[in-house]
Design a protein around this ligand. Structure first.
Ligand code: FAD
Ligand code: ZN
Length: 229
């Protein structure tokens, strides 16, 4: 109760399975007394491209553009574009970040990847030698909640897709852990398009159930062993 949650949501269709998972999270967490903010990226028409437009006013070096350097400098002088500042404020205030999306090419959809690229700026999310356990977004939790096209048998160590944890390495370890954010167990709904209506209802009920005890969960040990052991 009283916890702040930011849900970054990347699906075009409210009637989708992802849309249903989002709705459940908003309802259940609100019921618990959490304050829930949603960044609905497609509805916001969130800009995924990391460009010169992210810097308001003069460039640090206008001879050769370097996105990392320019956003870092702009962050320090309060010169990042308004949409980024708004997202950073939401992140800053949140105790928990939930990412809700369908798996696209073993990864997050481009619009969500663009959110990561543009919002988690140096100086804000990490800094020189302030990375991983020393990252700047400490005392926050994250949770990757996503759906797949392939079934669980495809995403096993011996399966054609390999262990699903392999796709989580860049997202959970490379991004969240890098920025100092702790990582809760992912929530994966396999192949909602290819299962029975009954199974879909079961998967949605499992999400509701998990959210009820979410705040008692311990973060995973986000080290290479968790992913590749
Ligand atoms: P939907 O199609 O929206 O939902 C499935 C079904 O659930 C629908 O019939 C819907 O009506 C129903 N439903 C919605 N809400 C409810 C409810 N409340 N109760 C009961 N039923 C409900 N998959 C992979 O595994 N690996 C990949 O690398 C991969 N790459 C992709 C790349 C691209 C570009 C695309 C477009 C897809 C890719 N996929 C991949 C498949 C993708 O991950 C799945 O299509 C997606 O995860 C399905 O989720 P959805 O929310 O879109 O499903
Ligand atoms: Zn890690």
């Amino acid at each position: 109760p009283g916890k702040k949650v930011l849900i970054v949501y990347a699906h075009q269709e409210p009637k989708s399975f992802n849309g249903s998972l989002l709705k459940i999270a908003v309802e259940e967490l609100t019921k618990q007394g959490c304050s829930v903010t949603v960044s609905d990226l497609y509805t916001m028409q969130f800009e995924p491209r990391a460009t010169r437009n992210d810097i308001v006013g003069h460039l640090h070096n206008s001879e050769a553009f370097n996105y990392g350097v320019e956003t870092w400098e702009a962050y320090k002088r309060g010169g990042l574009s308004k949409d980024l500042v708004e997202e950073q404020k939401k992140v800053q205030e949140a105790d928990l970040l939930i990412f809700q999306f369908p798996l696209f090419w073993f990864n997050m959809p481009a619009i969500l990847k663009g959110w990561m690229d543009r919002v988690l700026v140096q100086g804000f999310a990490y800094d020189l030698s302030k990375v991983y356990d020393g990252g700047l977004l400490q005392d926050k939790l994250s949770l990757f909640s996503f759906t797949t096209g392939g079934g669980p048998e495809m995403y096993s160590k011996e399966g054609i897709g390999g262990d699903i944890r392999y796709v989580l390495w860049p997202m959970q370890h490379g991004i969240m852990h890098f920025c100092g954010v702790k990582v809760l167990e992912p929530h994966i709904c396999y192949a909602p398009e290819n299962v029975s209506e009954e199974k879909r209802k079961e998967m949605l009920a499992a999400w509701t159930q998990r959210l009820k005890t979410l705040w008692k969960e311990e973060p995973i040990d986000c080290s290479p062993e968790w992913y590749f052991k």
